[in-house]
Structures are given as structure tokens and as C-alpha cells.
Design a protein around this ligand. Structure first.
Ligand code: NDP
Length: 457
């Protein structure tokens, strides 16, 4: 049987673009179909613009401590300037992504695609049918908005980047990555910011010291934390959005944002028609090579729900192309993924949390807490935290958790050592770099405390 293409990719985000480029490099005839903008969530309305806004918001802290170093700063902020500069940069990246696809010969089709069978795709706007030996679903995820009365008066991170003006105040629901990152962005830009979260401390699943340290940092920046509460309904009687909370309290906000998780983009894709097996949460079920229950259809990235992170999607797309188009089967190891939260303070983490590690066996925990040197001349009280968790008596490093300036950059490099199976002696052998915060990781002497038989000693 002959096909129009060797591969049709649906979705030109991080995973889809990498897979399409690699497959074309290996000689496959490839088309990629995208209904929005090339680059996907990460480039257009995720990681990249978010990090730019994080940079923008961090000037506030810098201005605050500048005086302690002798500077006099008279600063003001203009939101439209930031939005326009962001748009210029993501447009540049979008064009770079498109040209990187076109160089190895990938055809970009700007349309919405629906799967019609194991080897078929229909272009909705163009009304055309395509056939392909293999299909790759890389459609990502979209914000989940709780079904409450008046939910339409709230926004998600998608809209937050392009608000016509900065609101005077904002209420953000959720306690995950997006909630704390956007809370610190808005607070840094001068917006009166509140987080409402159904749990009892932000970032469930992270190491407790990171969670508590971040909580203190958010509070120090004036962010209000409303715990064990949800938004019951929203209304818009005037300019403000009126939130009614689960405890009956009401309050007006300039804007309300939902950061309540993301769901796979599978609606109307026709996957059921093709017989693709889906998980109970709507994710596409795949094996270690990203193959679905239909042998000609593969899926990578957020739509598979393995880890909603750009570098993971990229790796899955790359390994898919290696496996299918380069006769080199490779499976992504999802067990040791470094991650960062670009909140203020920032968090970087790899491996097991203290709680997780303590349930696996006897462990030693080394913790350093100190004021970051850049704050030492000011009256800021915030503490940096570096935590190293090892098997007992200087064994293998099981987890590293960092809260404070530069945490993301540090953890990316620590991840190499942890991935290589480094033990405490490998860290100890490394000569410290002084003065730095990271030197704490290689100068720990005795453990701060230990766990034996699951109990803290
Ligand atoms: P998260 O899963 O991180 O957090 C979702 C939050 O919403 C949780 O606190 C959750 O509570 C809460 N929540 C979920 N459903 C409801 C509900 N019905 N009512 C009230 N609260 C609810 O998702 P995000 O949206 O923050 O981010 C999505 C994903 O994107 C992240 O998991 C991450 O993988 C990725 N991401 C990564 C970033 C990075 O690498 N820096 C940055 C941004 C996003 P509970 O804790 O109780 O479950």
C-alpha cells in the first residue's frame, strides 16, 4: 500500500517538532499539521514567555536591595512594553521553529487535523484527506477550568500573557507550578496578589522544606495565601470579578486566574474512531516507545500525561524518530527528571524528596540554610535552602533540593552527577567554589539528621 507521507505529525509543539525534524533528517517524507502557531505551548504561551515575565518581575527584588549596595533607584513599569517585547521574541522563535522544520523538508500544514483511521487524517479547514504510514499525535494539553458558575469570568495562563492592562489585584486558584510562578510574576510587577488553594501548602509532592521555604518567600513578597478553600463561583457585576469562596466569603478582584492543572488535547481528534486506547484521565496510553494500541499511531508529550514538561516531550519525540525511522529503538527513562519552579524564590529539584526517600530505606539528610549573600546588606530575612539526601553512611545521592537564587541552573548540573549514580564521597571530593551558594553541596560534613527504619533520629 502506498501513502501520501511516511509520517504525519499532529501538533507543532516541542515534541511534534522534534519528531518531525528528526524523521525528515532520516529520509522520511513528513508533514506536520498545526491549527494555531508553530512552537506550541512552550514557545507561544508557556515556558518561554513565562520566563521572560519572570525576568521582568525580578527587577522589583533587585531594585529593593539595590539601595543596600548604595544605588538610588527610581523605577516604574510599563506592561504594554513588556507584552510587545514578548510578542516580538516569540514571533522570532516561531519563525525559527518553522524554518528548522522546512530545512530538512518537513511540510507545514496550517490546519486542524482529525484522525480518520490508523493511516488517515482529515484536514478540517482545507477539506482534504491525507494518508500516512505512521501518525504521531503531539497535541499537548490545555488549561483545565473547574466547572463552577461564572467560570467564564476567569482567565487561564493562556490569557494572562496578553491582558490589555495589568489588573489592580489578582486571585489565582491552584497550588502548582503555574499558580506560584504567575503569583510571583504578578506580585513582582506590583499587582496585589492572592492564591487560593484547596490544600494546606503550595506545591504538593515537592520536598517539605521547599514547600515551606517557598511559602515564606511568597508571604514576604506580600502574596496572600488562602488555604483549604476553593472558588465556588464568579460573577462580574462591574469592572471587578467577584469571587465567592467555598466558605461563603466574597471578595472583588481585578482578575481571577485558574491554574488548576492541564488536560490532554484529545477532544474531537477522532482517536476513538481509529481505536486508540485512552486512559481514564483522557491521556493517550502508550508503551515505552510511545506506540499506542494502534500500531501505526504514536503519541508523545503532554497528551500522553507521562510528565508535562517540554524537555521530556522533546526527548520522547527524538526517541520516537530514532526508533521508527532510524532502526535504533530507544525508550525514554522517566525516572530521574530534574525540574524547576520559576517562582520567587526559585526551586530546583532532582530525585526523591525526604519523605519518599525515608520510605525506601535508611537515609542521611544534609541541610544548609542561610541568607543569600546578595541579601546580606539589606534587611531581607529570606533563607536559601540546599538539601542533599543520601543513602546511609555516605551512600548514593538520592535527591537534591534547592530553594533560592540560581536553583534551576544549579540543579541542571547536579542532575548529571545524580544521573551518574554519584555518592556522597563524589560530592566531597569536589573542591568547593567560593563564594557561591552551590559550594554548600560539596562541603557538608555530618548529616543534619538521619532516618533509620523509617524514623527520624
Ligand atoms: P499542577 O498539576 O502543577 O497544579 C494544579 C493545581 O491545581 C494543584 O495545586 C491542584 O491541587 C489544583 N487543582 C486541581 N484541580 C482542582 C480543582 N478542581 N479545584 C481546585 N484546585 C484544583 O498544574 P499547573 O496547572 O500548575 O501546571 C500544569 C503542568 O505544567 C505542571 O504539572 C507541570 O508539569 C507543567 N509546568 C511546568 C513548569 C516548569 O517546569 N517550571 C511551569 C508550568 C507548568 P492539588 O495539589 O490538591 O492536586
Amino acid at each position: 500500500m502506498t501513502f501520501d507521507y511516511d509520517l504525519v505529525v499532529i501538533g507543532a509543539g516541542s515534541g511534534g517538532v522534534r519528531a518531525a525534524r528528526m524523521a525528515a533528517t532520516y529520509g522520511a517524507k513528513v508533514a506536520i499539521v498545526e491549527e494555531f502557531r508553530v512552537g506550541g505551548t512552550c514557545v507561544i504561551r508557556g515556558c518561554v514567555p513565562k520566563k521572560l515575565y519572570v525576568y521582568a518581575s525580578r527587577f522589583k527584588d533587585q531594585f529593593d536591595i539595590a539601595e543596600s549596595f548604595g544605588w538610588q533607584v527610581d523605577a516604574s513599569f510599563d506592561w504594554p512594553t513588556l507584552v510587545a517585547a514578548k510578542e516580538k521574541e516569540i514571533s522570532r522563535l516561531e519563525h525559527a521553529y518553522a524554518s528548522n522544520l522546512e530545512k530538512p523538508g518537513v511540510e507545514i500544514i496550517r490546519d486542524r487535523a482529525e484522525v480518520t483511521g490508523p493511516n488517515g487524517v482529515r484536514l478540517v479547514r482545507g477539506g482534504r484527506d491525507l494518508t500516512a504510514r505512521r501518525l504521531l499525535i503531539a497535541t499537548g494539553a490545555r488549561p483545565f477550568i473547574p466547572e463552577i458558575p461564572g467560570a467564564e469570568f476567569g482567565i487561564s495562563s493562556n490569557e494572562a500573557f496578553d491582558l490589555p492592562a495589568l489588573p489592580r489585584s489578582i486571585l489565582i486558584e491552584g497550588g502548582g507550578y503555574i499558580a506560584v510562578e504567575f503569583a510571583t510574576i504578578f506580585a513582582g510587577l506590583g499587582v496585589d496578589t492572592s492564591i487560593v488553594y484547596r490544600g494546606d501548602c503550595v506545591l504538593r509532592g515537592f520536598d517539605e522544606d521547599m514547600r515551606r521555604g517557598l511559602e515564606a518567600g511568597l508571604t514576604e513578597r506580600g502574596i496572600r495565601l488562602i488555604y483549604q478553600t476553593t472558588i465556588a463561583s464568579l460573577a462580574k457585576p462591574g469592572d471587578d470579578v467577584l469571587a465567592t469562596f467555598s466558605d461563603g466569603v466574597t471578595a472583588p478582584f481585578g482578575a481571577v486566574m485558574f491554574a488548576t492543572g492541564r488536560r490532554p488535547n484529545v477532544d474531537g481528534l477522532g482517536l476513538e474512531t481509529a481505536g486508540v486506547k485512552m486512559g481514564p484521565d483522557g491521556t493517550i496510553v502508550v508503551d515505552q516507545y510511545s506506540q499506542t494500541s494502534v500500531s501505526s499511531i504514536y503519541a508523545v508529550g503532554d497528551v500522553t500525561g507521562r510528565a508535562q514538561l517540554t524537555p521530556v516531550a522533546i526527548r520522547e519525540g527524538w526517541y520516537f524518530a530514532e526508533t521508527v525511522f532510524n532502526d535504533n529503538p530507544l525508550a525514554v527513562d522517566h525516572s530521574l527528571i530534574p525540574t524547576a519552579v520559576f517562582s520567587e524564590p526559585e526551586i530546583g529539584t532532582i530525585g526523591l524528596t525526604e519523605t519518599e526517600a525515608a520510605t525506601h530505606g535508611d537515609i542521611d539528610v544534609y541541610v544548609a540554610r542561610f541568607r543569600p549573600m546578595q541579601n546580606s546588606l539589606s534587611d531581607r530575612t529570606e533563607r536559601m535552602v540546599l538539601k542533599l539526601i543520601t543513602e546511609q553512611d555516605g551512600g548514593k545521592v538520592l535527591g537534591v533540593h534547592i530553594l533560592g537564587p540560581g536553583a534551576a541552573e544549579m540543579i541542571q548540573l547536579v542532575a548529571i552527577a545524580v544521573g551518574m549514580g554519584a555518592d556522597k564521597a563524589d560530592f566531597d571530593r569536589t573542591i568547593a567554589l567560593h563564594p557561591s551558594a552551590a559550594e554548600e553541596l560539596v562541603t557538608f560534613k555530618a548529616p543534619s539528621y538521619i532516618y533509620r527504619n523509617g524514623h527520624k533520629v
